[in-house]
Write a protein that binds this ligand. Sequence first.
Ligand code: AP5
Ligand code: MG
Ligand code: ZN
Length: 214
Amino acid sequence: MKIVMLGAPGAGKGTQAKMIAAKYGIPHISTGDIFRANLKEGTELGMKAKEYMDKGLLVPDSLTLELIMDRFKNDDCANGYVLDGFPRTIPQAEALTEALKANNDDLDYAIDVDVPDENIVRRMSGRRACLSCGATYHIVYNAPKTEGKCDACGSELVQREDDKPETVLNRLSVYHAQTQPLIDYYKGFDKLKSVDGTQDMNKVFEDIVKILEN
Ligand code: AP5
Ligand code: MG
Ligand code: ZN
């Protein structure tokens, strides 16, 4: 199963992608998580990506594509994957379509998690992330058992650098300009499915499972 998650920053792509990955035994591939992991390790890629991420801008396509095409070579992708945060521009989507076509392969679904801008800033300000294992929490909607500590691995939870309100507004406008056109792109290939992302996260997941299993 090969799935692309679409949606604004904070729509819940990561939250849902992790649930899909766990249920269907496929890897969750988040370009944002890979960039943040690189930054944490101080790699050159991480340093380059940081310049853009901190401003809420997209990392250049060339860097992103190199990284993701390399990731696809990993054995764990044999049975598919759920992509979160990639593709994010039309050139990235075209590169993915071409790469799949070259292997006589195709995407199953592009799932748009639809959440209006008004809800986004509130979600981002409450998000806390574990930089060790990638788990994500929300101080109100999905609180960890112990405040400030990751349920899964016990590490300290942090607020992401790009979750400050000013940066969130930038990310939203970048989303509308560069990523939202992917909705029509995938509609054109008859791959697009939309779910109402304002619902409780378990209800959103139920709706996604219905799509995948219908
Ligand atoms: P990335 O890490 O992908 O960030 P994003 O797209 O901005 O999305 P987020 O991770 O912020 O949100 P999400 O949709 O995953 O929501 P989450 O599940 O966490 O990218 C970061 C940066 O990296 C980009 O700005 C760019 O610079 C760069 N980058 C990455 N990929 C790139 C690419 N392909 N090309 C170029 N640059 C790239 O949920 C958010 C919060 O809400 C959480 O606290 C969660 O607990 C809560 N929540 C989730 N669902 C619900 C619900 N149903 N109800 C209530 N709360 C909920
Ligand atoms: Mg995410
Ligand atoms: Zn953790």
